[in-house]
Design a protein around this ligand. Structure first.
Ligand code: PXG
Length: 292
């Protein structure tokens, strides 16, 4: 069955959900987006995602034509229209239709799209055996350009990194920042465990402040695991006791090899297992309920 898409104030069949070739989201990657999970009839951390969307928009001088409360209701209603209780939601706000020039002032009305789809989960096996990843030559763009805190439609940097990983059969790409410190992956944040301490790059290192990342930090604190938001290099990755990645789609994924170095004994570790269990408890808590 075709999906129902929210587009510019209307719920339309997917065949009718078409974006103009003059939309600056298409012409220039000029826009912002969110990827959100629904679990168990509830949208996970809806407020956090909506806040990040509006912050991203603000940073690129984009005024979203509806308010946050209406946006939350639109996201929930799009889930209802597609009968989604567990799924993956994509919100896209682009600059809108303009002319072929760069000037965003020629785009009077932003385009707003919400898609609520079922999620294709990663194979269970990945969570048991872990993933091999590499650091890639493409660096995370610095905050002096398109700040990595902006979840912009301009993901070319991340896509190049992902290609570099794909080409050598690695599951994800770790990007270093401009100074050579570990930043994050193409679509996930990164954590290491060393001597019982959980470490993740600080937001000022030039990363997207992941909703899953922040949740994992909270779960760790609740479990009494010390957490440091800090900076570290590839050396700390290679010599870590545990490495794992976080993201809305992936949740928590263990990493067992980085650039050919086997991490510890090559198996997902106990801190990872405990955090995954804690996280999967948290997502069960009812929050932004879809069907009342
Ligand atoms: N860093 C980057 C650069 C991201 O794009 C995350 C971290 C994790 O953030 P959340 O809030 O989801 O915990 C993301 C999220 C995909 C895909 O298909 C992933 C993301 C965006 C679009 C697609 O893997 N990213």
């Amino acid at each position: 069955m075709g999906q129902i898409i929210y587009m510019d104030g209307k719920y339309v069949p997917e065949e009718e959900a078409k974006v103009s070739v003059f939309d600056h989201g298409y012409l220039y990657g000029d826009g912002v987006f969110e990827g959100i999970r629904a679990y168990n009839n509830s949208v996970f951390r809806l407020q956090d995602h909506v806040d990040r969307l509006y912050d991203s928009a603000k940073a690129i001088y984009l005024e979203i034509p509806i308010g946050k409360e209406e946006m939350k209701e639109v996201i929930l209603e799009t889930c209802r229209k597609n009968n989604i209780r567990d799924g993956y939601i994509r919100v896209v706000v682009s600059r809108g239709i303009g002319d072929l020039g760069l000037d965003p002032l020629k785009c009077p009305v932003p385009t707003v799209v919400v898609i609520a789809a079922s999620i294709s989960l990663y194979p269970d096996e990945l969570y048991q055996t872990g993933m091999a990843v590499i650091t890639v030559p493409t660096r995370r763009n610095g905050p002096e350009g398109v700040n990595p805190r902006i979840k912009s439609l301009n993901y070319l940097n991340n896509i190049m990194a992902k290609m570099e990983a794909n080409l050598v059969g690695a599951g994800e790409a770790i990007l270093l920042n401009q100074e050579g410190y570990v930043a994050e992956c193409s679509g996930d944040n990164i954590f290491i465990v060393k001597n019982g301490v959980l470490k993740t790059p600080a937001v000022y290192m030039g990363i997207l402040e992941g909703v899953t990342r922040n949740e994992v930090i909270k779960v760790a604190k609740k479990q009494g695991i010390p957490v440091e938001e800090t900076m570290f290099t590839r050396f700390e990755l290679f010599t870590a006791d545990e490495v794992f990645l976080t993201g809305s789609a992936a949740e928590l994924i263990p990493v067992v090899k980085v650039d050919g170095r086997v991490i510890a004994d090559g198996k997902p570790g106990p801190v990872y297992a405990s955090l995954l269990e804690g996280f999967r408890e948290v997502v069960k808590e009812p929050e932004a309920i879809i069907f009342k």
